[in-house]
Design a protein around this ligand. Structure first.
Ligand code: 9J3
Ligand code: ZN
Length: 264
């Protein structure tokens, strides 16, 4: 109940509401030019149009190596319509490495909460990061740098660093069974395994999927990302039912790992 949790937003979720192409909030968007941006390459902010529900948690999302914001833009309205401010960004150059992408995700969050036209709509204590490939590796770097982040979701992540014992941020990693660019055996799986075992963490391996599956609208990615962000950025335990017990292997999920019940 909202009286018990000041961060709860929107109606009680159902399986169909988290699978829907859009959630309950109408979404507006505003562009941030590369010239206006500091420490990242500009982007697009998607946010609930109404101010009636107060502030929202927020996330920044980075694309992967050689890719543009457009490669992850489907997540903007998909997540914002559930009640988040979502900043899909471009990087300074398309060849920036994961450490730089992590810094740029944090610069984008700082821009969002301090300088953007929607800063008054954002609760600056409730922030998270996502990213694809080297951007997913960057989301791990961002969480390592800023432990106050409330959620991280690397999508088919790529990083040379395989060990993440420093993380204190609840982290949901998506791998893809057919990923030949960031094979799960040398990227997503060791990243998951080398998070602290005490951390709220999960690993979902997409079935019949490739490195580029996160670049198109995908209901499995959306529904579990929404649930993770709601559970850990909004402290909204109404979404725990979709995360624990872990989703069983299915047509869309090859494998799942994680700690249940959650501890934070
Ligand atoms: O961001 C990515 O797609 C990383 C995968 C990659 O191309 O790494 C090669 C250096
Ligand atoms: Zn490490």
């Amino acid at each position: 109940h909202a009286a018990d949790n000041p961060y709860e937003r929107g109606p009680a979720p159902t399986e169909s509401s988290i699978e829907a192409l859009r959630g309950p909030y109408s979404v507006s968007q505003t562009s941030v030019s590369r010239l206006a941006a500091t420490g990242f390459g500009g982007g697009t902010i998607y946010y609930p149009t109404s101010t009636a529900d107060g502030t929202f948690g927020a996330i920044a999302i980075s694309p992967g190596f050689t890719a543009l914001e457009s490669s992850i833009s489907w997540l903007g309205p998909r997540l914002a319509s559930q009640g988040f401010v979502v900043f899909t960004i471009d990087t300074l150059t398309t060849v920036d490495q994961p450490g730089s992408r992590g810094d740029q995700l944090l610069a984008a969050l700082d821009y969002l909460t301090q300088r953007s036209s929607v800063r008054n709509r954002v609760d600056s204590s409730r922030l998270g990061v996502m990213g694809h490939s080297m951007g997913g590796g960057g989301s791990l770097e961002a969480a390592k740098t800023r432990p106050s982040l409330q959620a991280a979701i690397p999508l088919t992540p790529w990083n040379l660093d395989k060990t993440w014992p420093e993380l204190r941020t609840p982290t949901l990693i998506f791998g893809a069974d057919g990923d030949s660019i960031a094979p799960v055996a040398s990227h997503a799986e060791p990243f998951y395994t080398n998070l602290p075992s005490s951390l709220d963490r999960a690993y979902l391996e997409l079935n019949n999927a490739t490195h580029f599956t996160p670049n198109s609208s995908n209901t499995t990615i959306a529904k579990y990302s929404i649930s993770w962000l709601k559970r850990f950025i909004d402290n909204d335990t109404r979404y725990e039912q979709f995360l624990c017990p872990l989703p069983r292997p299915s047509l869309t999920i090859e494998e799942s790992r994680g700690n249940c019940p959650h501890t934070s």
